[in-house]
Design a protein around this ligand. Structure first.
Ligand SMILES: NC(=O)c1ccc[n+]([C@@H]2O[C@H](COP(=O)([O-])OP(=O)(O)OC[C@H]3O[C@@H](n4cnc5c(N)ncnc54)[C@H](OP(=O)(O)O)[C@@H]3O)[C@@H](O)[C@H]2O)c1
Length: 326
């Protein structure tokens, strides 16, 4: 439990904030879910440092309001902030979003897979009929990344080492709300089994840890560096479907303002400490490397290396589920 404690309380000060973030002129970021919560705070910091920031999401009105707020917060910025329409819970929307993006941008420096849902009403599914947690938190981001990979790779080939990154939103749920000990339990076809609302969310956050580590295997070829992160326990709209005493206690005593989560995401996106040999690392709040549970590590090793191979099987299932939309 030591690692859980250190991610929730007495967290060391954020090493990278709006006060010391380096200038991002000429760099292009996509932040999924960038018009709310942690993603919004991250977009504000990046825009203030002259970045081009694309807020990827499904609601144009929410994006328009956020864009106004972001611009008003930094009137002297030379950056750009734009909306990219994508609904991660509908795989059909992802390729058109990527085509629109690549028609307008020549580079992509950082893809922040920030958007997510937690504890939607039981039975909620995505447009293709997958459990909504799996669809929004895993399948959508998987396909978005795959379709953006050629541009990320091209950008990495002409950019400083380890500066082109893809980051993946995990959570303390990796430790607390995922099936023990391996973080995910698969059906025969490689899909996550239904474990009930809480563990289903946790499994999809473990899925993001799997993405970071499995895709990191391609870093030597692509030059694209990966990290998964627990942003911290933040007071945002994420808890919109969570009701009850445990929610009240968590919110009252264990959550921090959303900007702290943005500091974690900023560090994962920019820290020089994330070198290619550390691709696939896990990041703790508010920006430092951290360990994963031993059982999750076992899932990320193949059977020939003494592991269970669960991560690789899950990724293969994601590939098959998304291939018709690529
Ligand atoms: N808050 C925490 O304590 C906490 C803790 C650990 C991990 N996290 C993770 O951190 C990330 C950000 O969470 P947050 O707290 O900032 O949550 P939030 O305030 O609820 O923001 C989530 C964002 O994701 C977007 N989103 C949801 N479904 C989407 C879809 N189908 N397509 C595109 N965008 C979609 C939301 O847009 P809409 O408004 O359109 O739904 C919203 O912009 C999540 O991945 C979450 O799991 C958060």
């Amino acid at each position: 439990m030591g690692n859980v404690f250190s991610q929730c309380l007495f967290i060391p000060a954020a090493p990278l904030t709006e006060k010391n973030c380096p200038d991002q002129t000429g760099r292009v970021f996509i932040v999924t879910g960038g018009y709310a919560g942690v993603g919004f705070e991250l977009c504000k910091i990046l825009y203030a440092q002259n970045a081009t920031v694309w807020i990827a999401g499904r609601s144009a009105p929410k994006a328009e309001k956020a864009i106004l707020d972001i611009k008003n917060a930094s009137p002297s910025s030379n950056g750009h902030v734009k909306f990219l329409h994508v609904d991660l819970s509908d795989l059909k929307t992802i390729k058109p979003a990527v085509e629109s993006f690549t028609a307008q941008e020549q580079r992509l420096d950082v893809l922040v897979n920030n958007a997510g849902v937690m504890f939607p009403p039981r039975g909620s599914v995505d447009a293709q009929g997958h459990d909504l947690h799996v669809g929004t938190n895993c399948l959508g981001p998987y396909l978005l990344y795959q379709l953006l990979l050629p541009l990320l790779t091209k950008t990495a080939s002409k950019s400083p080492t380890a500066s082109v990154r893809v980051t993946w939103a995990a959570s303390i749920a990796v430790q607390l709300f995922s099936p023990q000990p391996h973080g995910m339990i698969l059906n025969d076809d490689g899909s996550p089994t239904d474990q009930g609302m809480r563990l289903n969310y946790g499994q999809t956050k473990v899925g993001n840890v799997f993405f970071a580590r499995e895709f990191a295997k391609t870093t030597p070829q692509t030059g694209v560096v990966h990290a998964a992160f627990n942003p911290g326990n933040l007071h945002t709209e994420l808890q919109r479907h969570w009701k009850g005493l445990d929610q009240w206690i968590t919110e009252k005593f264990f959550t921090y303002p959303a900007i702290y989560g943005a500091y974690t995401e900023l560090w994962a996106a920019l820290t020089p400490e994330l070198t290619p040999d550390k691709s696939g690392a896990y990041v703790y709040p508010w920006g430092r490397f951290g360990d994963l549970p031993a059982g999750v590590e076992t899932s990320m090793r193949g059977e020939s290396e003494g592991g269970t191979g669960i991560a690789a099987k899950f990724l293969e299932w994601c590939r098959k589920e998304t291939e018709n939309f690529a």
